[in-house]
Design a protein around this ligand. Structure first.
Ligand SMILES: [Fe+2]
Ligand SMILES: [Fe+2]
Length: 203
């Protein structure tokens, strides 16, 4: 059985909790339902601007990654994804148009940092399978960021009844997923080669 002190403590805690709850409900009544909806469509638009900036930044970095890759398949995969990314930017242009908004980017510090990490790998290591392994790690982080962004945007577009926009977002989400899978496949060979060559050097 709880002591009376504990009881008193929990009592005061529960009064704090109910105070917090009443604060929440008052703020809820202050911003009515339509305010929430407005916020959500602004969040949706800002997330679109973020990924628009991210894709435009990435499309400039991918040719550099393709050039830096030692493995032919990896180089080709980056080249292919450059073209895909151009198409993804066009899809986003289409989405902005359908929303009646000007296509506009908003700096995405996350993508800037992820691209920077890939750049650092290129500068730090010489061309070869080990550096390719680092490039794949960077690229897969990028793909996962994009998958998260497009998956969320798609879910929100569906919620808003924007089926056509949701389909465009889904098409890109799928391409990012396929790219991620392809990179996993390539990494199997690349990592193997990097380890084998390392062993040969040691021997
Ligand atoms: Fe993309
Ligand atoms: Fe991508």
């Amino acid at each position: 059985m709880k002591s009376s002190t504990t009881g008193a403590k929990s009592g005061s805690r529960s009064s704090q909790t109910s105070k917090a709850a009443s604060n929440r409900s008052s703020s809820k009544s202050a911003s009515n339902g339509s305010g929430q909806k407005e916020n959500l469509s602004k969040i949706f638009e800002d997330t679109l601007k973020d990924i628009y900036w991210a894709e435009k930044h990435l499309v400039k970095a991918l040719p550099r990654m393709s050039k830096a890759a030692y493995d032919e398949n990896l180089s080709a995969a980056f080249e292919e994804h450059t073209e895909q990314t151009q198409g993804q930017i066009e899809r986003l242009d289409q989405i902005f148009e359908q929303l009646g908004k000007r296509a506009q980017g908003k700096k995405c510090p996350a993508m800037e940092g992820l691209v920077e990490e890939g750049k650092e790998a290129i500068e730090e290591y010489e061309k070869g399978y080990a550096r390719d392994a680092a490039l794949i790690i960077s690229a897969q982080k990028i793909e996962h960021y994009e998958i998260a962004a497009y998956g969320s945007l798609k879910a929100h577009a569906r919620m808003m009844g924007e089926e056509e926009i949701a389909n465009l977002l889904e098409a890109t989400e799928q391409e990012e997923g396929e790219t991620d899978k392809k990179l996993t496949e390539i990494s199997e060979t690349v990592n193997q080669q990097a380890y084998t060559e390392g062993e040969e050097e040691e021997a």
